[in-house]
Design a protein around this ligand. Structure first.
Ligand SMILES: [Zn+2]
Length: 266
């Protein structure tokens, strides 16, 4: 089943949304985002919480991770999870031991069979993949990471590592949409200061009312990095509008769970 730029598949009660733009390489990479349904977590983390820094029972979290691994067809011990701080540091998942990935908001993957995961509740995932060199980076982009240029940092890392810009495929979202994301002057100033300010990134409702389009902001950054338009995909929907399907920090509050954006080389 398709939703805007993503395809939704359900396996044993676990829903995975994968970006359409990566479909040509689906034999080599699984990259997408989990939904909140399925799993075993009790309210307010119901029910497929994958966040280890929220107040969930560790044994329940293990069961949830095992369910996702089974749905993906990879061993349940293969999780590599970022401990995010809204920065731009990239953790390397190509070396042993696998983690911990402290103070990282992106994970670089070049090794098969590892579930590289970033955790989200309204923040936006950004995935960049080089199908020729079989490696990629999955990023956590809230407003701070976006303003700091995490999408560009990921692209630059891959290019410095030997990838050609014209080969890179990237996708964004879903995260909180401009429909549900009013922001204050601090955010507006930060974007005006550090970002090529564009009307379609910060939306002005008049007076002091502003809303941020996090997905568009990251697409602007990916285009500015030199990626081809035909190599960009976007989810195009809002996690806060789809609270039945995703965790939403803004709508459900700070005690909600976390879904995960995943990159697995097959
Ligand atoms: Zn919305």
């Amino acid at each position: 089943m398709s939703i805007d730029g993503m395809i939704r598949s359900v396996d044993n009660g676990i829903t995975i949304y994968s970006w359409r733009v990566f479909e040509p390489w689906k034999e080599r990479i699984t990259v997408g985002i989990t939904g909140r349904t399925g799993g075993f977590s009790a309210p307010p983390l119901h029910s497929l919480n994958l966040g280890h820094l929220v107040d969930d029972d560790p044994s329940v979290l293990d069961k949830n991770r095992a369910e996702v691994a089974a749905a993906l067809g990879v061993p349940e011990a293969s999780w590599a999870v970022a401990n995010q701080i809204h920065g731009t540091r990239i953790g390397m998942v190509n070396h042993e031991p696998e983690g911990p990935f402290d103070s990282c908001d992106a994970l670089y993957v070049s090794k098969k069979g590892i579930i590289a995961a970033i955790l989200l509740a309204d923040c936006l995932p950004v995935a960049v993949y080089d199908p020729g060199r079989l490696r990629g980076i999955i990023c956590h982009a809230g407003w701070r990471g976006t303003a700091a240029g995490i999408a560009e940092v990921a692209v630059k890392h891959l290019v410095d590592d030997g990838s050609r810009l014209e080969n890179l495929i990237a996708a964004t979202g879903p995260g909180i949409g401009p429909c549900c994301y009013p922001v204050g002057k601090e955010v507006v100033q930060r974007f005006r200061h550090s970002f090529d300010y564009q009307e379609n990134v910060i939306l002005n409702d008049g007076e002091d009312g502003y809303r941020l389009d996090l997905e568009e902001a990251n697409l602007v950054r990916l285009r500015a990095s030199g990626l081809k338009e035909e190599n960009l995909g976007r989810a195009g929907f809002c996690t806060a509008c789809r609270r039945e399907e995703f965790f939403s920090y803004r709508k459900d509050g700070e005690h909600t769970g976390r879904h995960a954006s995943l990159m697995i080389l097959l």
